[in-house]
Every structure is written in structure tokens, then in C-alpha cells.
Ligand binder design. Structure first.
Ligand code: TYD
Length: 206
């Protein structure tokens, strides 16, 4: 658990583009609401407000973006998200379901773009003031499936190519090996129903 005074739960969902996590987050949200829990469904980049503007740049800007600049923009969005949205909701005792967070920067900018992992950890820690998810679920999917699901209309990040996405996938698997208590991997080639069951099982343990 992260920084003190926290009452709620902070759960993050990770995986390559097209891994099916958005569907699973929505299913889990319905499940928790049915059980009477208060939840907050949110995402990075671009939950709301300023974040939406940063998301627009990150996904659609069509000029040159240096890998360092890209990292700082994701981190700027994260700092705003943690301070203005996540922490207040945790204090209110909500269960936060967050579509992407710190591990995306490790997997995409670190393993994918090849930036220094120690630096990324340091910057992530700075952006979150040390807040850590209680649970992170990684949806693992092979790159062909993920590319098929993304389809032809790709945003800036999705256009990075097969080699990049292999590195991202491998990055997530490395992260799960390094922090096995926090990070759980689910094979995303199973049916939606079966994956949902596994997600619920992991969350019930909390
Ligand atoms: P999004 O449309 O949210 O992707 P998805 O629906 O697959 O989650 O776009 C977010 C994109 O930004 C996605 O390609 C992953 C990338 N990303 C990073 O590269 N670094 C980060 O720190 C974050 C949060 C996202």
C-alpha cells in the first residue's frame, strides 16, 4: 500500500494496445457496483481536464516527439491525475480502477523506446509522490492478436510497429517477474467471460 491515510483501493490495468483491458475494466466495474462498492473508473493518459489536452498531444501530434519529451508528457499527466483525481478518491474510500499507470511508462518508454529504466522509476516515483497500486493486472496478448484488434486506424503510439510491441510485451512480463506480489498476469487470449472470472478472483483477494 502506498502513502498513508488511504482508505480505498487502487487497482491498475496494463497491457499492450488491443489486449482487451478496457472491456475487462468495465465488466469489473459493473461487478463491484452490483456488490455496493463505490468505484472510480479512470485512465491515463487523459482522465479529464488538463489531462485530456495532454492526451490529445500524446496520441495525435504528428510532428517529431523526442522519447524524453514523450515520457515527460505522460508523467505530467500522471502527476496531475494522482494529485487531483486519484488521491482525493482514495481518501473517500473508493475503489479506483485505472486504465494504465506507471507500468505503461516502464513498458512503453523504458522497454519499448529504450530509455533508462532507473530514471523512469525515479520519475514515476516523483510523479506519484510514491503512491503505488495495491494490485496491477497485466493482460498478456501476443502481438499479432493485439495488432489485429487495433485495426487499421492507428494513433501515434499504435503506429510504432511490431518490434516495438514485442518489446512492450516483454517489458510487462519483466515487470511482473520483478514485482510478483503486486503485478499479476492474465492470458488475454481466453474468452471474455473466463478472463473476467480471473480478474474477479484477484480482486476478491484484496
Ligand atoms: P489508449 O488509447 O488509452 O490505449 P489503450 O486503449 O490501448 O489503453 O492510448 C494510450 C497509449 O499511450 C497507448 O498506446 C499506450 C501509451 N502510453 C505510453 O506509451 N506511456 C504511458 O505512460 C501511458 C500511460 C500510455
Amino acid at each position: 500500500m502506498g502513502v498513508g491515510m488511504q482508505k480505498g483501493l487502487f487497482i491498475t490495468f496494463e497491457g499492450a494496445d488491443g489486449c482487451g483491458k478496457t472491456t475487462q475494466i468495465e465488466l469489473l466495474n459493473k461487478y463491484l457496483l452490483n456488490k455496493g462498492y463505490e468505484t472510480l473508473l479512470t485512465r491515463e493518459p487523459g482522465a479529464k481536464g488538463l489531462g485530456v489536452k495532454l492526451r490529445e498531444i500524446l496520441l495525435n501530434y504528428d510532428g517529431e516527439v523526442s522519447p524524453n519529451c514523450e515520457s515527460f508528457l505522460f508523467l505530467a499527466d500522471r502527476a496531475q491525475h494522482v494529485d487531483c483525481i486519484i488521491k482525493p478518491a482514495l481518501k473517500e474510500g473508493k475503489i479506483i480502477l485505472c486504465d494504465r499507470h506507471t507500468d505503461s511508462t516502464v513498458a512503453y518508454q523504458g522497454y519499448g523506446r529504450g530509455l533508462d529504466l532507473d530514471k523512469i522509476h525515479l520519475l514515476n516515483n516523483y510523479a506519484t509522490s510514491g503512491l503505488k497500486p495495491d494490485l496491477t493486472i497485466v493482460f498478456d496478448v501476443d502481438v499479432e492478436t493485439s495488432m489485429q484488434r487495433v485495426g487499421k486506424e492507428k494513433d501515434r503510439m499504435e503506429s510504432a510497429g511490431v518490434e516495438f510491441f514485442n518489446k512492450v510485451r516483454n517489458g510487462y512480463l519483466e515487470i511482473s517477474k520483478q514485482e510478483p506480489n503486486r503485478v499479476k498476469v492474465i492470458n488475454s487470449s481466453d474468452t471474455i467471460e473466463n478472463i473476467h472470472k480471473q480478474v474477479v478472483e484477484l480482486v476478491e483477494k484484496l
